[in-house]
Design a protein around this ligand. Structure first.
Ligand code: GTP
Ligand code: MG
Length: 636
């Protein structure tokens, strides 16, 4: 879909009372403070919103509080912004929350911004010049190095045009929009609108959302219907990544939705409480010991995290480490998401970082591969990352798992797995549903399978092969059904194994009986054939052979498998020729005496005793040659 205008979300940042809200009002005409308490106290407490169209750019502003007690609200507003508007009062210059907000923007990965040197009506040119120099120094080497510094006054309106142009200039440089990815809308507000019901708002950080669509509320895992969408205060058909968005939802009370929850494409993302990440400590922060507790913020969510250091015993100021974050609450993140860590008490911002594995495993001491794995997750290409994920998953990796970890699209997963399969690094065990296994692991399983079959033949020389199910069970639960099937197919393709029906065997392994065994086989068959329907017991027959019973039993099994003998009940076996005469006998009875036959008549017809008659009749019922009606049978 072509969109001539560009949507950009701008977040304010800066110390309390430096004039952020006033500047937003001067730029847009909307004062962003909404709460009664904010108006009374003259400070911003929670997030405020305003909109501006300027030179083909639709700006959505998120105004944040400067008060140090409300940094957590600031954090919820700053996630997902494209540009920061760092507001510094010319008469006060850099103050603690100027630094803290700036650090937060840097740690959250904000790429661009504009610095407003506001309240410039309160200072003379020389003083303003000094603050400007101080600011240039402050941002040197950071993402704001070289960003426009615009002197303005919300009071007189001086500099506003230049500020709008500076914002427009920065907005033009933003190219990457996550419109084609899965919908993600971290929710910052939920309220009820008369006549509409529940409305939630947030910055649409990726994908699109339109009326009529189904979305998933996470971490609640509730599927909901979108009734309507607004951006910039106007109803729209569809909102896209980079827009402040309000969504009217049906099927849920507004009180059931909270800041921190996420609207997402259905069944793509997962909640988690265990994240592997890279954590960076600010140079001014105190050092961090293993298992320290911190406040954790990502998207609009917050929780408490215990920090396990993987590659260090202590994290020093200004350094970074690979860590596991064990959260007190469910959050929804994917690889590459940024987060902020604040000291447990007193609460100050101490660092932040990047999510590497959002569905991290419990740490175990033996896991030496983890650090390298996480480094690949941080820096690797898509193929390298997929390969590393597959290699760490001995059961095999599925599509859902890959997507929930990375947010990759199905086609991206497909292309990457094809490349890796062609290179011989991984095996596509099953395409639909997708199951990937490392090639080495797959070969190992195939080899084990082959050995199992060979061993079976060695241990059971009289059996033609091993039953599939038995073979599968012998491989253990770590081998999924799809993997077993694929390995078997692979071995069959290489003609290392042959499958026939339910049996798996090595090619060329025909059962060869010794002369003694062949004789025994003959004897068994004869014993049953001669007895006709008055068969001896199996025990009796086998006892007459000059052979130990286990071997004799196996020969009997061969006859049963060849269907020369037929097992009619647990201890009655008949020769097939004897059974083959029954249909004809029944047919003649039907012709002469009618279709009904009782047990006595059947005994007479076949010349056998009740001991044989009952199991045989039941056998005939199963064969659908007769059907039981009361004490009699109907001949079918
Ligand atoms: N003279 C002068 N006063 C200003 C200007 N901008 C804001 N003020 C005043 O500074 C005070 C604080 O302004 P706000 O806009 O509320 O400051 P803020 O940064 O939003 O404050 P918090 O949201 O609480 O962090 C108010 O009394 C404003 O009238 C300006 O450009 N010139
Ligand atoms: Mg304010």
């Amino acid at each position: 879909m072509h969109n001539p205008t560009k949507s950009v979300v701008v977040g304010t940042a800066g110390h309390i009372d430096h004039g952020k809200s006033s500047l937003i009002e001067a730029l847009t005409g909307t004062h962003p403070d909404r709460l009664e308490e904010e108006k009374r106290r003259g400070i911003t407490i929670d997030l405020g919103f305003a909109f501006l169209e300027q030179g083909g750019v639709r700006f959505g502003f998120v105004d944040v509080p400067g008060h140090e007690r409300f940094v957590k609200n600031m954090l919820a507003g700053t996630s997902g912004i494209d540009l920061v508007l760092l507001v510094v009062a010319a008469d006060e210059a850099i103050k603690p929350q100027t630094r803290e907000h700036f650090d937060i923007c840097r740690l959250l990965g904000v790429q661009r911004g504009v610095i407003a040197l506001t309240k410039s009506d309160l200072v003379d040119r020389d003083a303003a010049g000094l603050v400007r120099l101080e600011l240039e120094e402050f941002v040197r080497g950071s993402f704001l190095d070289g960003a426009p510094i615009v002197a303005v006054s919300a009071k007189t309106g001086d500099g506003l045009v230049a500020l709008k142009e500076a914002l427009e200039g920065q907005a033009r440089k933003i190219t990457e929009k996550q419109t084609g990815r899965y919908l993600r809308l971290p929710i910052d507000r939920s309220f009820a609108v008369k006549g509409f019901g529940t409305v939630v708002t947030g910055t649409l950080i990726s994908g699109q959302i339109a009326a009529g669509e189904e979305v998933e509320l996470l971490p609640e895992k509730r599927l909901l219907r979108v009734r309507g969408v607004q951006t910039g205060g106007n109803p729209v058909e569809r909102a896209e990544a980079g827009q402040r968005t309000a969504v009217n939802l049906s099927g849920i009370e507004h009180t059931a939705v909270e800041r921190g929850m996420v609207l997402a494409a259905p069944r793509k993302l997962a909640k988690t409480r265990r994240i592997d990440a890279r954590l960076e400590l600010l140079p001014g922060a105190p050092g961090m010991k293993n298992r320290a507790r911190v406040h954790f913020y990502s998207g609009t969510a917050e929780s408490i995290a215990e920090v396990l250091l993987y590659d260090k015993t202590e994290l020093l100021p200004g350094e970074s480490a690979l860590v596991q974050l064990r959260l007190a609450d469910d959050v929804v993140v994917v690889r590459g998401d940024r987060f902020i860590a604040r000291q447990f008490s007193p609460v100050i911002t101490i660092g932040g970082g990047e999510v590497l594995d959002p569905l991290a495993r419990r740490p175990v001491r033996k896991d030496r591969g983890r650090v390298q794995f996480l480094e690949t997750l941080q820096r690797g290409s898509r193929e390298e990352i997929l390969r590393a994920m597959v290699e760490r998953n001995i059961l095999g990796l599925g599509q859902e798992d890959i997507v929930a970890r990375t947010g990759w699209l199905t086609t991206e997963v497909h292309v990457a797995s094809q490349i890796l399969a062609k290179a011989g690094a991984i095996r596509v065990v099953s395409a639909e549903p997708l199951l990937l296994l490392s090639e080495a692991m797959f070969q190992e399983i195939a080899k084990k399978l082959l050995v199992r079959v060979e061993t079976f033949h060695k241990e059971n020389p009289l059996l033609p092969g091993v039953r599939r199910e038995e073979l599968r069970a012998s491989m253990g639960r770590r081998v999924k059904a799809e993997t077993f099937r694929a390995a078997l197919e692979e071995l069959a393709k290489q003609t290392k194994l042959v499958t026939s029906g339910e049996l798996v065997k090595k090619p060329g392994t025909e059962i060869t009986l010794t002369p003694e065994e062949a004789r025994a086989k003959e004897q068994i068959e004869q014993a049953f054939a001669k007895a006709e329907l008055a068969v001896p017991s199996v025990k009796e027959v086998l006892a007459q052979l000059a052979m130990e019973s286990r071997r004799a039993e196996k020969i009997l099994q061969i006859l049963l498998r060849e269907k020369v003998l037929v097992r009619v009940s647990v201890d009655l076996i008949f020769h097939r020729d004897a059974l083959g005469k029954l249909p004809e006998l029944l047919e003649s009875h039907k012709r002469s005496k009618g279709e009904r036959i009782g047990v006595p008549a059947f005994k007479e017809l076949t010349g056998i005793t009740r001991k044989y008659a009952i199991p045989l009749l039941e056998h005939l019922d199963r064969q659908r040659l007769t059907r039981r009606v009361g004490d009699e049978r109907v001949i079918l």
